[in-house]
Ligand binder design. Structure first.
Ligand SMILES: Nc1nc2c(ncn2[C@@H]2O[C@H](COP(=O)(O)OP(=O)(O)O)[C@@H](O)[C@H]2O)c(=O)[nH]1
Ligand SMILES: Nc1ncnc2c1ncn2[C@@H]1O[C@H](COP(=O)(O)OP(=O)(O)O)[C@@H](O)[C@H]1O
Length: 280
């Protein structure tokens, strides 16, 4: 699989995955792409075939699974769900960060593949709150609500397995949970961090790059801005960073210190604030 590292959001039904994802996809339209799963469950009012899910029959889905077209699939609450290879490839072909919303069985199955995503668990503050949210959502029958609550208890127990998730978000206050999600992604996804730089910074960087040959590891003679500094260089041969410390002014926040996915890191100071500009 190519492209930026995908992101998996998992957690009990009703925990708030779709709500958080919608906000993320809305705020960062061309940065993230949603992996549209297949399911045999019936569409809910407002759900669009091909956008929310590919709604298919059990026979159709089984046929495609047998043909090896799925990365993973699972049975949840009496229906089949699965991620097709095509769903992920469609996002990666656009160089977007692919986001998957899958259950805990899917997480375990994806771990056996080479997809290598970042695993985030979204959890409710309590089972009682989860039940209330699911009831208020008005999408479930009493029977499917019961099944989801039972599955939620299993999910919350299994998700305690050390190392299964990279991070857990407790979705109590929505805005707080969303901020946490963005912070986590900024921390762990170089592709997201790169996309958060303002276009003006990127343009400055491009001009800067053209006037400064990529092979040179010293500070360029004529930087586009006197406040633009080369922070570090990744040595692909030794897989190590060289960050000449004397280039780093004291007021740079530690969150801007080099990350191993870039060959060069520049910093730009604008309005007294440091921004990182990453160039490969
Ligand atoms: N394994 C797996 N789980 C999926 C997939 N798509 C959705 N799910 C999970 O299936 C569960 C039920 O999804 P859904 O019926 O949309 O209900 P909701 O999560 O309560 O909105 C959720 O936990 C989803 O994360 C998939 O492709 N694979
Ligand atoms: N932090 C929150 N506080 C209150 N309600 C929330 C919160 N997050 C989500 N919800 C609501 O809870 C319900 C379940 O959220 P949803 O995103 O559909 O969960 P999931 O996709 O994990 O099944 C939705 O009606 C949603 O509007």
């Amino acid at each position: 699989m190519q492209g930026p590292r995908p992101v998996v959001l998992s957690g009990p039904s009703g925990a708030g995955k779709s709500t958080l994802l919608k906000k993320l996809l809305q705020e960062y339209k061309n940065v993230f792409g949603f992996s549209v799963s297949h399911t045999t469950r019936k569409p809910r009012p407002g759900e669009v075939n091909g956008k929310d899910y590919h709604f298919v029959s059990r026979e159709e889905m089984q046929k495609e699974i047998d043909a090896g077209e799925f990365i993973e699939h699972a049975e949840f609450s009496g229906n089949m769900y699965g991620t097709s290879k095509g769903a992920v490839q469609a996002i990666q072909a656009q160089n977007q960060i692919c986001v998957l919303d899958i259950d805990i069985q899917g997480v375990k199955n994806i771990k056996r593949t080479e997809l290598n995503p970042i695993y985030i668990s979204v959890q409710p503050p309590s089972i009682d709150v989860l039940e209330k949210r699911l009831r208020d959502r008005q999408t479930e029958t009493e029977e499917s609500l019961r099944k989801r609550l039972t599955a939620a208890c299993v999910d919350l127990e299994l998700s305690k397995e050390p190392g299964l998730f990279d991070l857990v978000i407790i979705n109590d206050d929505l805005e707080k949970a969303y901020s946490e999600l963005k912070e986590i992604l900024l921390e762990v996804s170089p592709a997201f961090r790169g996309s958060c730089l303002s276009p003006s910074l990127r343009v400055t960087g491009a001009q800067f790059c053209s006037s400064s040959p990529c092979r040179k590891s010293r500070r360029p003679k004529n930087p586009a801005s006197p406040e633009l500094s080369l922070l570090g260089r990744f040595n692909f041969a030794h897989h190590s960073w060289s960050a000449p410390r004397h280039f780093i002014p004291r007021d740079i926040p530690s969150s801007l210190i080099p990350f191993q996915s870039y060959s060069r890191i520049f910093l730009l100071k604008e309005n007294k604030t440091w921004s990182r500009l990453c160039l490969c």
